[in-house]
Design a protein around this ligand. Structure first.
Ligand code: ATP
Length: 299
């Protein structure tokens, strides 16, 4: 246990996860100044320091107890853990909560002309990848032999320049694969960003900061997924209206001044609220339907 009383959080300095991570921390009420080039940014209104590093360094910093928390993609986390286990290094961490950004999949992709006939048709082939451990695990689980070459970037050009038969890389829309004449043949891992915590015991001061921060992070995540819905509904249709509402929250039903036939229905929807649902509500005789974003939620 250290005597340090400022909680240290590792986040990606720049890249696909950095903006959303920064926004998440700001929505939790942390005032951070990351405009400068410093590795360690101080949060000015809470005893928290933000360590801004490369994504691939985050799991190790948390596993070694250098940082108390980290926000990183599951893909990077799992790859690092497998690599460390292989090297006999410390690979423990606690996955505190999954976050709803950074969604992607680690996939195998082959040149368009390749005749894919199931996983066995990949046996003996060579793949360019940044994720050799996840690739090796997939090959082992599926009883095939796969060779790999390690590339840290521009993986998708490898087949074209004769470096590999295919690639094992992160995909979100598939547009990069298509632009490089590749097709996705297998998804080997699905990933999102996660908040991870060091398994090292922290002191009481840091624990108190953590106990305030975690519910806020969960509150921001929940608010992001939720919508506040308000509408006017015929009094005799409340049950049908409630059944149409996404999520499991019970609606609040309020009287409307001067109207015996209509009531106001308010509900927090914790799932996506589709246009189709609004149209179905209209058919039931509802109107003034408002769908609003929620900024914060607690309890
Ligand atoms: P760094 O440069 O910080 O070491 P990186 O090269 O993995 O890391 P990014 O390309 O910014 O940096 O990706 C960061 C993370 O974003 C990935 O590890 C993954 O979890 C997530 N991600 C989401 N969508 C994609 C995508 N389409 N391609 C790559 N990563 C994605």
């Amino acid at each position: 246990m250290t005597t340090e009383t400022r909680l240290r959080i590792a986040m990606q300095k720049s890249g696909r996860l950095s903006d959303e991570t920064q926004q998440l921390l700001k929505r939790c009420g942390l005032k951070l100044n990351v405009a400068d080039r410093r590795l360690l940014a101080h949060v000015t209104n809470t005893p928290i320091d933000i360590m801004r590093v490369r994504s691939s360094d985050i799991p190790g910093l948390v596993m070694d107890g250098v940082c108390d928390l980290g926000i990183v993609g599951d893909n990077t986390l799992e790859e690092t853990a497998l690599e460390r286990i292989l090297l006999g290094e410390k690979a423990e961490y606690v996955k505190t909560t999954g976050l709803n950004f950074g969604g992607c999949r680690l996939s195998l992709a082959m040149p368009e002309e390749f005749e894919y006939q199931g996983i066995k048709s990949l046996d003996g082939l060579r793949f360019a990848t940044t994720y050799p451990q996840l690739l090796k695990r997939f090959a082992q689980e599926n009883g095939i032999n796969i060779d790999f070459c390690l590339l840290k970037g521009s993986v998708e050009v490898a087949p074209r320049v004769g470096l590999a038969d295919g690639i094992c890389d992160l995909v979100s829309t598939g547009a990069t694969l298509e632009a490089n004449g590749l097709k996705e043949v297998e998804v080997i891992y699905r990933s999102k960003a996660s908040l991870i915590q060091s398994s090292t015991t922290i002191n009481a001061e840091k624990q108190a900061i953590l106990d305030t921060l975690l519910p806020r992070i969960q509150g921001v995540m929940k608010a992001k997924e939720s919508k506040y819905i308000m509408l006017h509904a015929p009094k005799n249709k409340i049950e049908e209206v409630s059944n149409l509402m996404p999520g499991k929250e019970t609606p609040t039903v309020l009287p409307l001044a001067g109207r015996d036939d209509l009531v106001a229905v308010h509900v927090v929807a914790t799932e996506t609220f589709f246009w189709e649902t609004m149209e179905a509500l209209k058919v039931l005789g509802c109107d003034s339907i408002l769908v609003m974003p929620i900024e914060k939620m607690m309890g």
